[in-house]
Ligand binder design. Sequence first.
Ligand SMILES: Nc1ncnc2c1ncn2[C@@H]1O[C@H](COP(=O)(O)OP(=O)(O)OP(=O)(O)O)[C@@H](O)[C@H]1O
Ligand SMILES: [Mg+2]
Length: 243
Amino acid sequence: MTRTIPVGRSNYTSRLLDLWELYDECKGSENDNPAILPRDQQFIVLELANAGQDLESYQFNSAEQAHALFLQVAFGLAVGEEAFQFEHRDLHWGNVLIAPTEQKYATFVLRGRSHRVPRCGVAATIIDYSLSRLSLPLTAAGERAALYNDLAADDTLFDAVGDYQFTVYRLMRDRLGNDWKNFEPYTNILWLHYTVDKMITALRYKRTNTKIHKHYISKLKAIKDRILSYGSAVQFVLTDIEY
Ligand SMILES: Nc1ncnc2c1ncn2[C@@H]1O[C@H](COP(=O)(O)OP(=O)(O)OP(=O)(O)O)[C@@H](O)[C@H]1O
Ligand SMILES: [Mg+2]
């Protein structure tokens, strides 16, 4: 659930400044304190449902849960590709949130067919569309309007090193020929490859010495070996996944 409350042009209220500082003290923020904004700064407030904790800090019971989360993210991207020619373009592990759930399955409808994906106690939410791309039909003749962030104008995004995340920005640029308007769902595959790599090499698990954990780590490794051969999240979930 997202609610947008337009606030217009005014002072950023002291209540919001206090909340920002409280968040910064408790969790730390890499963003600028809004207190530095000018008095006539325009802003809006977005109220979001609490979607849980980010993938980077989450501790899974075992790789079975991580695998279930991975499938939810892959199907979510696939539905976005089909409906809006959606590419996330920045799906690092701070942009996947995890909330506990008792629901047994998540249901995704793709090309008129329902797919039931196990939750395994975790509900995935994809957030942060700052770099994302989608397009909407404009005319019956098939013309579309694309909404995207022109990353060709970004000086710093492609220079960072030290984590696979930063390589993914360069791989996306190569695939798109630096033309960010185009629909190239392979960028979703690149981020899924990054996600499955994190699940194998960097995520935290409560129990690692069990058969089930080892079984699902092998499954994740097999996905990691295969996934770059698919052209889109749709193609991946429709041809690769048995669950
Ligand atoms: N709906 C939500 N529920 C719970 N936590 C959230 C939610 N939305 C955002 N957060 C928290 O706030 C953090 C930053 O949110 P978001 O990614 O939208 O902002 P950002 O400034 O674009 O971040 P970055 O530039 O680091 O990607 C998330 O990593 C998450 O920890
Ligand atoms: Mg973010």
